[in-house]
Design a protein around this ligand. Structure first.
Ligand code: ARG
Length: 607
């Protein structure tokens, strides 16, 4: 078996990378350089580097030699994968991160990180915290939550709210300029019936505060009349036309309905600590006319059965309805206008939409049409539809109340609070914690577990909502991880080591990492940046949750066998503190805290 030691001391470094970064990303760069030197004719081949499946295969692996050999063969160069692997290894430029490279099996390349590099990166983290990797700063617009006025916010909107907030937090951590937009459904024909019904039911709405406690019921009443009463239907249509013509009375009624909804939504956002800027469909009313004209002028609209539609270029996609037969605009039209606004006015480099997967084809059509219209330049702007699956109940059917109604989010959050308190009492935590601590732990656990259960599942799948599962204290759950965090934080506290002392130690002495379990933990810590890179690319947050769980397990392993604090058996007095290991605890806790921060979880000191 061949092993190649890259001696960083003897060879001059071609490049030093500063700060923290994804190791996979950097290894790919290094291999790319070798590829260009080794096989210039295949230099655009995409080299893959992954985290090793087993420790015996090193820390990372490059499995590209097999595919590369095939490609070379097709273009007339016959080299075996093993030879390709050896050539690639031979041309790896001098670098600071690889210690050892070896080939294995049919052409795998195993990569072991330089110990010196690992220690240096961890030392930097002791001094600077979990600093973000360097990225090109972008203007990002993220459209999430976006419930519909007058309808209750449902669990689908809850998913959008949780996922969108976490993505925004990730991008903010990376230093991007993030605009969090709530594209509420505050316009459209459904308002006709609401306005007409409001006028009938509460004619004195201007002088009396609106007595609508339950907008959902109000919506249902209006809908019933709309469906059953032709005369009412007529008036509803007239009301929309009046509203769109900015009739002051109708506008006032519309405002009242929106305000009532807004207050309800805000309660949810406040409880979950979610910041959003409302910019609903109505905001784009005036620009729609201009854009529709532009599309007509560009000959992009097709007149079909009284409507103007726009056909996507890609086959199999539905057309967008841009103007309805009554001359009104639609959800599609407002999305066209919103996209233009985000590109032209917000000058966004990156636009993200977070909705259920049911709207995938809507967004595919939208992006296709807008690119064709010349509004989107795909080389400059990144656009993602972040879709997610359905929330199911424990019976694997759509989550509903027993009577079959949609579950109100306030009720769901209340139930979470109650269940998390029950759990804390069941574990007798109320006897050791102060009332304030208990209160904090209760909300941290309740909202944390709701968010975490959502985020730890691959968003593309449906997910089963179960308080019993999410409140379990074992496995990949918020409760386990939040508890783990308090445990790690308490190590230094119980050893009477102040954060300042740790910092001074790191400044003066650096950090020593020697024991295999220490090294394993250190390498696991550095994978944080690989995960950050991955989730920035695929926007799948569950990888961060998997990482959070893995690092907790690796930490437990380390903590079980590496003494951090030695105490006198009889007196319990602290005899010896291993400061290097204390630093590892500190960095691990900081990594956990950073992950929680990105996921929108709030750890507590005691629970
Ligand atoms: N209001 C829509 C709904 O409840 C979601 C809006 C998503 N954002 C957008 N720009 N279309 O389904």
């Amino acid at each position: 078996k061949l092993k190649y030691r890259i001696n960083i001391m003897k060879r001059a470094l071609t490049e030093t990378v500063e700060g923290q970064f994804s190791i996979i990303g950097e290894l790919k760069n290094i291999f790319k350089k070798s590829l260009i030197k080794s096989y210039p004719e295949s230099s655009d081949f995409n080299i893959e580097v992954v985290i090793s499946s087993q420790p015996k295969y090193g820390d990372y692996q490059c499995n590209s030699a097999m595919a590369l050999s095939k490609i070379l063969k097709e273009s007339g160069t016959k080299v075996s994968p093993v030879e390709v692997a050896k050539t690639l290894i031979g041309n790896i430029p001098a670098n600071e991160i690889i210690e050892l490279l070896s080939t294995a099996g049919p052409g795998f390349i195993n990569i072991t990180l330089s110990q010196k590099f690992v220690v240096r990166q961890i030392a930097n983290m002791c001094l600077e915290g979990v600093s973000p990797p360097k990225v090109d700063k972008k203007k990002v617009v993220i459209d999430f939550s976006s419930p519909n006025i007058a309808k209750e916010m449902h669990v689908g909107h809850l998913r959008s709210t949780i996922i969108g907030d976490s993505l925004a937090r990730l991008l903010e951590y990376l230093g991007h300029d993030v605009v969090r937009l709530n594209h509420v459904g505050d316009w459209g024909t459904q308002f006709g019936m609401l306005l007409a019904h409001l006028n009938d039911k509460y004619p004195d709405y201007l002088n009396n505060p609106l007595p609508i406690g339950d907008l959902q019921a109000f919506y249902k009443e209006s809908k019933k009349r709309f469906d059953e009463d032709a005369e009412f239907k007529k008036r509803a249509y007239a009301a929309v036309v009046e509203l769109q013509a900015h009739d002051p009375d109708q506008t006032k009624r519309w405002q009242l309905i929106c305000d009532t909804s807004r207050k309800e939504f805000q309660k949810i956002y406040d409880r979950l600590d979610i910041k959003l800027t409302e910019r609903g469909e109505s905001f784009y009313q005036d620009s729609m006319k201009r854009i529709v004209e532009d599309l007509k002028q560009k000959n992009l609209l097709v007149y079909e059965e009284g409507r103007y539609v726009m056909f996507p270029q890609k086959e199999g996609l539905n057309p967008l309805t841009v103007v309805k037969s009554d001359g009104g605009y639609t959800y599609d039209t407002s999305d066209i206008a919103a996209l233009c606004h985000r590109l032209e006015v917000e000058k966004a480099d990156w636009i993200i939409y977070v909705t259920d997967l049911g709207q995938s084809s809507h967004f595919e059509s939208l992006f296709d049409c807008m690119e064709h219209a010349g509004y989107i330049d795909k080389n400059r702007v990144r656009i993602d539809h972040v879709g997610f699956g359905v929330v199911l109940g424990e019976n694997k059917k759509r989550l509903k109340t027993r009577s079959g109604d949609t579950i109100r989010l306030v009720d769901l959050l209340d139930e979470g609070i109650k269940k998390s308190m029950d759990k804390l009492i069941e574990k007798n935590r109320d006897s050791v914690m102060s009332p304030e601590e208990l209160e904090q732990a209760k909300t941290s656990v309740a909202y944390g577990c709701i968010k975490y259960a959502d985020l730890s599942n691959n968003r593309k799948g449906d997910y089963i909502f179960s308080f019993d599962k999410m409140l379990e204290d074992k496995g990949n759950t918020a409760v386990y991880l939040l508890y783990m965090y308090t445990r790690i934080r308490s190590i230094a506290r119980l050893a009477n080591v102040e954060p300042k002392q740790l910092l001074n130690y790191a400044k003066n002495k650096g950090i020593k990492i020697e024991d295999p379990k220490e090294i394993k933990l250190a390498k696991e810590i550095l994978k944080f940046y690989d995960v950050i890179q991955k989730i920035t690319d695929d926007l799948l947050l569950h990888s961060l949750c998997e990482y959070l769980y893995n690092i907790s397990t690796v930490f437990s392993d380390f903590y079980d066998s590496c003494y951090c604090v030695e105490k006198d058996r009889n007196t319990g007095e602290v005899i010896k503190v291993n400061m290097d290991r204390m630093l590892l605890c500190e960095v691990t806790a900081n990594i956990l805290a950073k992950c929680f921060d990105i996921l929108g979880l709030k750890p507590v000191n005691r629970m």
